[in-house]
Design a protein around this ligand. Sequence first.
Ligand code: C5J
Length: 233
Amino acid sequence: MKTLIGAEPQPLAVALERTALLVIDMQRDFLEPGGFGETLGNDVSLLKAAVKPLQAVLKAARAAGLLVIHTREGHRPDMSDAPPAKVERGEPSKRIGAPGPMGRILIRGEPGHDIIPELYPVAGEPVIDKPGKGAFYQTDLELTLRNCGIENLIVTGVTTEVCVNTTVREANDRGYRCIVLGDCCASYFPEFHEMGLKMIKAQGGIFGWVTGSKQMLAAFAANKGPKYAQGSA
Ligand code: C5J
């Protein structure tokens, strides 16, 4: 059975049991004061707008039995997976690996690297640690999706024009249908958020579809009881 999701540039019918919710980088380092986002000079409060709508979608996705996957951007404590070209940006005391109020900036295991409490993963939800902006680069995301029979991704998280867009483009090239929930994404730059969504849905949906939490919740409500089942046909 397929569920129709109201979206742009056109509605899309998907099998929810072949659909995963992807929550990208909702980490303290990006959303809370003192983290990576703020050290780059950004107003981190702008990202908070995505939290409430995303909480509602996360709850509905869990209730509907969807596979929920979280990602985190960050690096090993020895930073062997951090390209110098990425690290050598900004003031040295505020770079990746430098000590900050939430521990070493963007380093795995540090408080700032963790997912914000409002959207914390529950037991059984895969958390993909990624060293880059795209969630497919140097991770086992693709393997996980394949093993779980996933064909469609509901994409949410931060930031719209960086990790969300990069991941959507990677996913699109791999054959996944990406449905991006605009109000469940956010950027430090409102104009980049808007253009980031436009780029995805332009040209007949060149990278995917764009909709919002309301439309997604309506689609869940219209489809009672799809269950994610690993290996189902
Ligand atoms: C950034 C991200 N903006 N998660 N990372 O550096 O979008």
